[in-house]
Design a protein around this ligand. Structure first.
Ligand code: AP5
Length: 219
């Protein structure tokens, strides 16, 4: 099963993608995480991306398309993947279609997480991530099971993302409405779009997504 999670910054794409990947044995492909790793490693892609990401803009299409094309070609993606944060423009969506068609694959469903803008600001300003593995938490709605210890890797250092400040968040939201929101219509027209209420608590959103995926999996 190959899936796309679609939604504005802070909608819960990363949170839901991690749960779905674990439950369904899919590979989670987050372009945001991949770019942050490149920034950390100081690669040429990371150097190009860091200024853009800190300003809340979108990294050029050709850069992220190349990253995803190389990653999807790896053998671990053969059994299915979930894209979190890609595609983000119509050009990326068209490139993804072309890439998958050339490999005899397709997208089975696009899950849109619908969330109010005001809630997004609250979620992003309360978010902190594990400095080691990037797992995402929230000051009130999603704390680690053991305080101060990452559920995923056991790390004890947490940081706030440099692009999670009020000014950058506004730019990220504008980039979403300008460049990414048209994908809702694009995938609706292809009969792939499934919208869920992303305002519900995390477990309830996961249950809605599960319901959609069970329908797809049914014979
Ligand atoms: P990226 O890392 O993809 O950021 P984003 O899309 O802005 O999404 P976020 O990671 O902020 O939010 P999310 O939806 O994953 O929410 P989360 O689950 O963490 O991209 C960063 C940057 O990289 C971009 O701005 C761009 O510059 C660049 N980039 C990446 N991909 C690109 C591409 N394809 N093309 C060009 N540029 C690209 O949840 C947020 C918080 O809310 C957490 O604290 C969480 O615990 C909490 N939460 C989650 N769900 C709920 C819930 N149901 N109720 C209450 N709280 C919740």
């Amino acid at each position: 099963m190959n899936l796309i999670l679609l939604g504005p910054p802070g909608a819960g794409k990363g949170t839901q993608a991690e749960g779905i990947a674990k439950k369904r044995g899919l590979i989670q492909l987050s372009t945001g995480d991949m770019l942050r790793q490149a920034v950390k490693a100081g690669t040429p892609v990371g150097q190009e991306a860091s200024v853009i990401m800190e300003a809340g803009g979108l990294v050029p299409d050709h850069v992220v398309i190349k990253i995803i094309a190389e990653r999807i070609a790896l053998p671990d993606c053969a059994e299915g993947f979930i894209l979190d944060g890609f595609p983000r423009t119509l050009k990326q969506a068209a490139a993804l279609d072309e890439l998958l068609t050339s490999q005899g694959k397709k997208i089975d469903a696009v899950i849109e997480l619908k969330v109010n803008d005001a809630a997004l600001i609250d979620r992003i300003s309360g978010r902190y991530v594990c400095a080691n593995c990037g797992a995402s938490y929230h000051d009130t709605s999603c704390k680690p099971k053991v305080e101060g210890v990452c559920d995923r890797c056991g790390g004890k250092d947490f940081i706030r993302r440099p692009d999670d400040n009020p000014e950058t968040v506004k730019n990220r939201l504008m980039a979403y409405y300008r460049e990414t929101a048209p994908l809702i219509g694009y995938y609706f027209a292809k009969g792939k779009l499934h919208s869920v209420d992303g305002m519900a608590p995390i477990a309830d959103v996961a249950a809605q997504v599960d319901g959609v995926l069970n329908t797809l999996a049914a014979p």
